[in-house]
Ligand binder design. Structure first.
Ligand SMILES: Nc1ncnc2c1ncn2[C@@H]1O[C@H](COP(=O)(O)OP(=O)(O)OP(=O)(O)O)[C@@H](O)[C@H]1O
Ligand SMILES: [Mg+2]
Length: 345
């Protein structure tokens, strides 16, 4: 059993500032999620200390002296924000759960992630990056296209209007992304098929939870088949999330195989969630990798997928900590969830 620091950034109860997009805080955790993670760790037998990851984090870490940190922190600002807390912890010599500095920074950069995927033989939609001020030219890409910010998560800047069918839509959407999010627009070929997400926990042995399908059937037609911010926030009933996904064994195996290959290509550790969609020919392609997947109990995709396999929330949280502890050579501090689940093979 360990003294575990939970590092987090909270959604603040305030209006967005003038220069922020309306969904600027979408990635941050609610106090309820942080408390749920802490409670799960306590049930795993650990002592928990809270480490809000703001400008005073270094002082807090010194005062609380954790043996290991359970990292939920999305970071405050900057293109590599998710890597800041791990970088600080490495500087201080404190071990932590999840992916390291390199993977966290890289996965936040969707175009660079796609370059690594492509080089690793993992299919991902063809794309162009259009920087602020640059001429809007998509080269050989064929409409319909999908436009999103190059460096965001949690469906920031993604909605029904992200699917563009011609030049006028394209220019409007690229300019919206560049003006509101002050960054490059990523323009990708639109994948018209079904959407899936695969949750992974582990390292050398990498456990995949059952594939989850994002079900667009109950969605109003004008919204379209896009896993938007609105979808993630408002459509949380079970009928929107099919897990295990109703797919044949071959497709399920292919999705899991691609998710694992993406995890390894991006050098992820301990936990991640990989988002995929089928192309026009029915073949899966990887959209992106989330090395800090949401852990809101009963709500986020990863806890839903784990529950579909019979894992309680406590088992998921302690499972993530345990794989990290075994990876770090600190297995004697683990709660034993993994041993029970035979995940050490
Ligand atoms: N090329 C594409 N073709 C079709 N749909 C896409 C494409 N890219 C993104 N989408 C849709 O937009 C959603 C959000 O995109 P993506 O997963 O890349 O962004 P995100 O905001 O980082 O997500 P997360 O909340 O998982 O961090 C996807 O779940 C999917 O529904
Ligand atoms: Mg996604």
């Amino acid at each position: 059993m360990a003294r575990v620091g939970v590092a987090f950034n909270l959604k603040k109860a305030r209006e967005p500032e003038d220069d922020e997009p309306p969904d600027a805080q979408a990635e941050y955790d609610s106090p309820a999620t942080v408390m749920a993670v802490a409670e799960a760790l306590r049930q795993g037998g650990h002592q928990v200390v809270f480490l809000e990851a703001d400008e005073f984090l270094p002082e807090r870490i010194r005062a609380e002296n954790p043996q290991v940190v359970f990292n939920l922190a999305e970071g405050l600002r900057g293109e590599g924000r998710e890597s800041h807390v791990p970088a600080l912890l490495e500087t201080l010599g404190i071990p932590y759960t999840g992916s390291g500095v390199l993977s966290l920074a890289l996965c936040l950069d969707k175009p660079l992630t796609k370059v690594v995927l492509r080089e690793s033989g993992v299919p991902t939609p063809a794309f162009r990056v259009i920087a602020p001020g640059e001429e809007i030219d998509v080269g050989g890409l064929r409409f319909p296209l999908f436009v999103k910010p190059a460096h965001e998560g949690s469906s920031m800047g993604v909605g029904p209007g992200s699917v563009v069918y011609g030049e006028t839509d394209l220019v409007r959407q690229v300019n919206m992304v560049r003006d509101l999010y002050r960054q490059e627009a990523l323009v990708e070929e639109f994948l018209p098929g079904r959407e899936f997400t695969v949750g992974l926990v582990g390292n050398r042995f990498l456990h995949a939870f059952p594939v989850m399908e994002i079900n667009f059937d109950p969605v109003p037609p004008e919204h379209g088949a896009v896993y938007s911010r609105h979808f993630k926030e408002h459509w949380d009933e079970d009928r929107y999330y099919l897990c295990p996904a109703p797919v044949d064994e071959r497709l399920a195996a292919e999705l899991v195989d691609l998710a694992r290959r993406a995890f390894r290509a991006l050098r992820c550790r301990d936990v991640a969630r990989v988002d995929l969609r089928l192309d026009g020919a029915g073949h899966p392609q990887v959209l992106e990798i989330n090395p800090l997947p949401g852990l809101a109990p009963g709500f986020s995709d990863l806890p839903r997928a784990a529950a579909a396999e019979g894992w309680t929330y406590e088992e998921l949280v302690n499972g993530i900590l345990d794989v990290a502890l075994f990876r770090l050579g600190l297995g004697h501090l683990a709660s034993g969830v993994l041993v029970e689940r035979r995940m050490l093979a």
